[in-house]
Design a protein around this ligand. Structure first.
Ligand code: IPE
Ligand code: IPE
Ligand code: MG
Length: 233
């Protein structure tokens, strides 16, 4: 029987290099990347994957040139507005992980709108990591645990693995079974450091704009061949 991961998390990398290789501007790579997002949502839903997390913008990405940051924010607003009806139709529920406090009013409103309009989706949960980094998430979680201890709502000895997981942005989501990073880079770049403790890693040599149905199917096949041991024999 084919083993299907319940949760796939993807670090969508290589848009800029894809564009460069075609003699195009970087932002054209990001636009082409949106088509890969759509293809992967469809493929995930069809193959029975329950959670698909996409790393769309890291806390570090704010440090890119302002024009690129603006282009990414604009592309985000346009794409979610355009795609929301189809996501609703496909039964896709959208959730965001990461910070909310640094976006413009417009972006913040889009986030709330898409979460509200897709709340009933029960086929696939699409998790968008947007102004997300794992260390930032862990710092925020640690603060909120410490505040509970300070207020006397929690004792230090009650802090365990489960409690920490419950204070992360991913609370009530299963950990990723498979983490994919496109573009051939073999690093996590501050992504799901806690949650990916026992995830299978896959680093295909393909740029994100080229990662479509076929590449998704290949990733599932690679995963099905893996032998997960969790430290046991
Ligand atoms: C990934 O592609 C998209 C984001 C990080 C927002 P890049 O923009 O990092 O493309 P490369 O890695 O420079 O090719
Ligand atoms: C990671 O890609 C972040 C996203 C895909 C959103 P980067 O391109 O920002 O990561 P580095 O700089 O290569 O580590
Ligand atoms: Mg990159």
């Amino acid at each position: 029987m084919e083993k299907i991961p319940a949760h796939i998390a993807i670090i969508m990398d290589g848009n800029g290099r894809w564009a460069e290789a075609q003699g195009k501007e970087r932002y054209e790579g990001h636009i082409e990347g949106v088509a890969s997002v759509k293809a992967c949502i469809k493929a995930a839903r069809k193959s029975g994957v329950r959670y698909l997390t996409l790393y769309a913008f890291s806390t570090e990405n704010w440090g890119r040139p302002q024009a690129e940051v603006d282009a990414l924010m604009q592309l985000f607003c346009q794409s979610v507005t355009k795609e929301t009806p189809e996501l609703v139709e496909q039964g896709v529920r959208v959730r965001f992980i990461g910070r909310r406090d640094r976006f413009s009013e417009e972006v913040r409103e889009r986030l709330l709108h898409i979460e509200r309009s897709t709340a009933e989706g029960d086929k696939l949960t699409l998790v968008l990591a947007f102004d997300y980094s794992s260390r930032d998430e862990l710092v925020r979680a640690t603060r909120s645990v410490a505040e509970k201890v300070e207020r006397g709502e929690l004792k230090a000895e009650q802090i365990d693995d489960k409690l920490i997981s419950a204070h992360l942005d991913t609370a009530d989501m299963p950990d990723p079974d498979l983490v994919i990073r496109t573009s051939g880079e073999c690093r996590l770049s501050n992504f799901m450091l806690w949650q990916a403790s026992y995830a299978e890693m896959y680093f295909p040599q393909i740029m994100w704009p080229d990662f479509r149905e076929e590449a998704f199917a290949k990733a599932l096949a690679v995963y099905a061949e893996r032998n997960r041991r969790y430290g046991l024999l």
